[in-house]
Design a protein around this ligand. Sequence first.
Ligand SMILES: [Zn+2]
Ligand SMILES: [Zn+2]
Ligand SMILES: [Zn+2]
Length: 257
Amino acid sequence: MAALKVTILGTGTSQGVPVIGCDCVVCQSNDPKDKRRRVSILIEKKDTTVLIDCGPDFRCQMLDQQISSLDAVVLSHEHTDHMMGLDDLRPLMFKAKKPMAIYALHRVIADVEKRFAYAFEPSPYPGVPRFEMNSVDYFDSIRVGSLDIHLMKIMHGKLPILGFRVENFAYLTDVKTIPTTTLKGLEGLDTLVLSALHEYDHHAHLTLQEAIDYSSKIGAKRTYFTHMSHYMGLHERVNQRLPSDIKLAYDGQILKL
Ligand SMILES: [Zn+2]
Ligand SMILES: [Zn+2]
Ligand SMILES: [Zn+2]
């Protein structure tokens, strides 16, 4: 079976790290691993490349990784830090000479159509982005080129959103709780990327300890944390305190599976 390559494009919570105007030790750190753009990952297999989430840092993430084509974009949910970069898909659409395929929940598509209304007008201004919207549901599987992506249901506080499994890799961001059906679908993982906001309680995100508890319940061989705020602390220092099979992810990290 061909190898799967996952690039972690961003590991920061909605404001990103450093936070504008913040003078805390994390925001002032010179360690590149303490710079966290808004969350997104790239999954590649053979000639297929799929992006999960397209936040406000999308343009810089594509330039840094020298990505010149995407086969599809899948959105976990409608929050700004996960979809505000959709307009910057334009160069890739122009190059491919076709609309970009977007996969999202029905509710999320309605939100994209509202926020990017100019892209859906019948006779739009030339140069606007064009999207081919594909409505998906929890526990669907979607096939894009060489990739089979299994959609799962996770709870972001009260909001149900999408998590993803591809072969023995899973990506769950903006998690507060994981339904039992989804936990069953996460058996036998090699690598899990899971969100962990910081140590203090939050109504819609796992704390560090809650994420550690879910990690040991899920039992992937390796777990990486993402969607972190500056309150998480310094990358190197937090990493030293974590169980041996868990690490904080960092921007630009590549996982070969
Ligand atoms: Zn800070
Ligand atoms: Zn969110
Ligand atoms: Zn988020």
